[in-house]
Design a protein around this ligand. Structure first.
Ligand code: HEC
Length: 121
C-alpha cells in the first residue's frame, strides 16, 4: 500500500503530459527552487516594491524590476548570476524558457503594444 502511494503520482505523471508548458512556466515562476520570482517581480513580472525603509535620505524602497520586456537571454543571464538582491538560481535553460514563455503569454496584451514599433522583422 505504502509503495503504491509512492508510485501512484509517478504513474500519473508518466501517463501523459498533463500539465501544459504554460502551467509548467507558471509553476516555476511562482516557486522556482523555493524563492518565488513573483515575490520581487510581481504577479506578472511587472515589478513591485519588495520593502520600504527609512535611512538618512528619508523613505527608500527596494524594487524588483519590470522584467516583462526582457529577452530570454537576459533572463537566463539574470537567473544564473549573482546580484546584490536577487538570488542566484540553478535552473536549466529549459526551465528559464518555460518561465519566459509563461510571462510572454501572460503579458501578451501588454507586450503587443510594443511589437509594431520595435519589431525588426
Ligand atoms: C529577492 C528578490 C528577487 C527574486 C526572488 C528574484 N529577483 Fe530578479 N531581480 C531582483 C532585483 C532587485 C533585480 C535587479 C538586479 C539586482 O540588484 O539584484 C533583478 C533582476 C532581474 C532580471 C534582470 C533585469 C534587470 O532589471 O536587471 C531578470 C530577467 C530577473 N531578475 C528575473 C527573475 C526571475 C525569472 C526570477 C525567478 C526565477 C527572479 N528574478 C527572482 C530581485 C529578485
Amino acid at each position: 500500500m505504502r509503495l503504491l502511494l509512492i508510485l501512484l503520482p509517478l504513474m500519473l505523471w508518466g501517463e501523459e503530459d498533463f500539465i501544459s508548458h504554460y502551467e509548467y512556466g507558471e509553476m516555476l515562476y511562482a516557486n522556482p527552487r523555493g524563492v518565488s520570482c513573483a515575490q520581487c517581480h510581481g504577479e506578472s513580472g511587472e515589478g513591485q516594491i519588495i520593502v520600504e525603509y527609512r535611512d538618512i535620505h528619508g523613505k527608500q524602497a527596494l524594487k524588483g524590476s519590470d522584467i516583462r520586456r526582457d529577452s530570454l537571454d537576459d533572463m537566463i543571464k539574470a537567473v544564473s548570476t549573482y546580484h546584490k538582491v536577487m538570488p542566484r538560481y540553478y535552473l536549466t535553460n529549459e526551465e528559464v524558457k518555460a518561465i519566459y514563455d509563461y510571462l510572454q503569454k501572460k503579458n501578451q496584451a501588454y507586450l503587443s503594444q510594443f511589437t509594431e514599433s520595435n519589431s525588426t522583422e
